[in-house]
Design a protein around this ligand. Sequence first.
Ligand code: GLU
Length: 412
Amino acid sequence: MKTPVPDYLDEIRTLCDAGEDGTLADYIPELAAVDPERFALAACMRDGVVYATGDADVEFTIQSMSKPFVYALALRDRGIDAVLAKVAVEPSGDAFNEISLEDSTGRPDNPMINIGALTTHALVGRPGTGEFDRDLIISAGLSAFAGRPLGFDDEVYRSEIETAFRNRAMANLVRATEIITDDPDEIVRGYTRQCAYRVTVRDLAVMAMTLATGGVNPVTGQRVVTPRVCRQVLSVMATCGMYDAAGDWMSTVGIPAKSGVSGGIFGALPGQLGLAAFSPRLDKHGHSVEGVRTFERLSRDMDLHLMNVDGADVEVVRSAVTDDEGGRRFRLQGPMTFATAELVLRQFEEIPAGPQTVTVDLEHVSTVNHTARRMLIEGMRRLGLDGHEVVLVDPERRLPDPGLSSPAPAGR
Ligand code: GLU
């Protein structure tokens, strides 16, 4: 059998063809020279398998899609508090190139708009890192996210730097208010270079999946950043990634995402997949017209919305039986989280104190998160204090043996 996923992605691409809708970004002269008909789509799975369709090997500049990754590098290098002291995490509701600053502190509203991204750029590396070293750190960091050394587009860089009057004004503004202390020209050059790395949709899908796995590149296995950094980046992408269309995007597509004026959009669905689309014609917000259509369609067809409530109706306690001696056996199932473990504890609470055996069977439990683990351990400890013999059936050894008896055999 051949998996139908590639055929499905091909079909999506055909269905989301928007003809000649939208316009090329022309404020960066070199971007207006691309082939507007390009259209590519890629999806990276948790194990690093990448499905791709269309012009999937065509390179384009990463532009604003570099912002979440460079934010991740700054968080890694300076720590979350130090970065938050300089750049807030509030959606601005404004376009990407507006001067959106918090009234009370003068901090840029968020790291996804240009003024915030210029500031974030200055926070990469240890304090005192110079322009050259910062470039090296960013080049290595973006390449680690992609799992291959990314090339650089000198023509796009030159084209953009010659016309970067607005970004220069913004860098000077944050320098004047001492949000940054570096030379603003250096920051504009560095930021513009960060936007000129070349990627394909395959690269972006892998980069997205690296965020979605909690920081480990699914292809190379390299840990690039911590899960806490990924959580911060994904939160900011979810609220601010799509600029003044962020609320609309979150309610219709529901995938943390970032777009760039080159026509790319990538999205990272935590724990599930990394997606990327590329098509150069843009809508009035500066997002790829076909890219937006593609994400809307994928989200709808494949239930990818972050707020989808799946599996909430699964019974946590698959069965609870009492044997002839009054012993109880609880067979649990599904993911163990705070909410599901709480239901289990309430069932434990109903067992009267006594010397009976209580068997807790985790064979059908898919995952046990940190909180659920602590709750179940404490529940079993309390059953022990009530005089019960607690037997844990845990073939994958996700909880410590309650130590009150030897584990029962998994079979029944
Ligand atoms: N390099 C672009 C700029 O700073 C990025 C904007 C974008 O991709 O949205 O204007």
